[in-house]
Write a protein that binds this ligand. Structure first.
Ligand SMILES: *Cc1c(COP(=O)(O)O)cnc(C)c1O
Length: 422
């Protein structure tokens, strides 16, 4: 699929006049249309709900848009819970899918009435100790072990993943939780990440639906929801075929009708916890070319760095780059596009064929809307950029200001030297 920015060069230049580069820009229209398509794809399921994975794009303005679309949030830390609370999410609009959970975080999750998803058997005792009770609605996370395969190969390796419980533990957990007062049960699993195939969700659904039938038989537990979690991916590369959410929804429906309905589980609600699929393509990192360097290779230095978007540096991830205004120019120059960190892996692209880049050109780094800004860090004292929202009416709203040196030094505020510095 050809990758086109959701803004024009003229629009971007106007935005950059007011907000200096680098910045993240999100596309409200794209976010809403995509969320709508997801809801439609699963409209056959009465209780369907998407719990947006907050860690993908933890910004209250984004969360509010998704809330308006009918989504909840999936949190796994104290501050994600706090942000959900601030945005008005309450009760079963919040899913708390944490692992290695600090006990006090269960407390806030319970105060908010969130659905707590237990990652481990030992969390039953932990939960009981911090809450003094077991919530009536509870979810357990499953790990089948082994490798997770679909027709055309291995997708991921749950046997090596730290998450979830074995089936034996799930069975035992359900029995104990029932004894302790739990009444409404859920199942959760996340077995493969960034899958660019319509087969992942239906395959996962089959595994979890069959597990639900066995668990119900073994424990008598009232299984009310099955959370397919995240993992639907996006085509980072132009040659990749995007997922078709309607095909995915229909595939899950088929498994639902074949497995759950005959077992008397036709009322089970399907939940999702998508992050990347919801926001990935609808956010870009905008940066400007500020240096060119000709040594053993050709380098273009930009004003963003891996501290703004670390996926290329840590995963070798591909992010498509558009040189604004040169969309139709031939890609006849081979560049490494680099940031300023004193680390050689700070490269947004290596040996990438691009149009000739001139100093001052605006570059759009695509598919940065999820797990982009949120993975940012402060290495080399680099500061986090602003986040901007391109609204449906074409106006731009700042939804997070850029960090300042004062923010960077804020954790020394107890210390007189730095107080006087800033
Ligand atoms: C990260 C995560 C998600 C979202 O994953 P995506 O790949 O962004 O869809 C959902 N659920 C849990 C528990 C996660 O850790």
């Amino acid at each position: 699929m050809e990758k086109k920015p959701f803004v024009t060069k003229e629009q971007l230049e106007a935005i950059a006049k007011e907000y200096p580069t680098p910045f993240y820009l999100y596309d409200e229209k794209g976010i809403r249309e995509n969320a709508k398509a997801l809801l439609e794809a699963f409209s056959w399921n009465k209780g369907f709900k998407e719990y947006f994975a907050v860690k993908a794009t933890p910004n209250p303005f984004i969360l509010k848009i998704l809330r308006e679309m009918g989504c909840g949030t999936d949190c796994s830390s104290l501050t994600e819970l706090m942000m959900s609370r601030a945005c008005g999410f309450r009760g079963h609009e919040i899913m708390f899918s944490s692992n290695d959970t600090p006990p006090e975080e269960f407390k806030l999750a319970d105060e908010l009435g969130a659905i707590i998803n237990l990652d481990d058997f030992t969390h039953i005792a932990c939960l009981e100790e911090v809450l003094g009770k077991i919530p009536e609605t509870i979810c357990c996370r499953f790990n089948p072990g082994g490798v997770f395969e679909i027709a055309n190969g291995i997708m991921d390796n749950p046997g090596d993943a730290k998450y979830g419980m074995t089936e034996e533990q799930m069975t035992e957990a359900y029995k104990i939780l029932m004894e302790k007062g739990a009444k409404h049960f859920g199942i959760h699993a996340f077995l493969a990440s960034n899958t660019v195939t319509n087969e992942y969700y239906p395959m996962l659904a089959k595994v979890l639906f069959e597990l639900a039938v066995r668990l119900k038989k073994a424990t008598g537990a009232n299984i009310e929801f099955i959370n397919l979690s995240g993992g639907i991916g996006i085509p980072y590369r132009p040659e990749q075929e995007p997922n078709d959410i309607r095909v995915i929804g229909a595939g899950v429906k088929k498994a639902f009708e074949e497995i759950l309905v005959p077992a008397g589980l036709g009322d089970v609600a399907i939940f999702t916890e998508l992050g990347r699929f919801m926001l990935g393509p609808h956010g870009v990192l905008v940066t400007r070319a500020i240096h060119e360097k000709h040594i053993h290779k050709e380098y273009i230095g930009v004003d963003a760095c891996a501290a703004n978007l670390m996926r290329p540096a840590i995963y070798g991830a591909y992010h498509h780059i558009t040189v604004m205004g040169k969309e139709n120019a031939p890609c006849d120059h081979k560049y490494d596009v680099t940031g300023s960190l004193c680390e050689n892996n700070d490269k947004f692209a290596i040996d990438r064929m691009l149009p000739k880049i001139d100093m001052g050109d605006l570059l759009v780094i695509h598919d940065a809307g999820a797990h982009g800004f949120s993975m940012g860090y402060n290495y080399n004292g680099r500061l986090r950029s602003a986040e901007l929202l391109l609204k449906e009416d074409g106006s731009v709203e700042m939804i997070r200001r850029a960090e300042t040196p004062e923010d960077y030094f804020a954790t020394f505020d107890f210390c007189p030297i730095f107080r006087d510095q800033s």
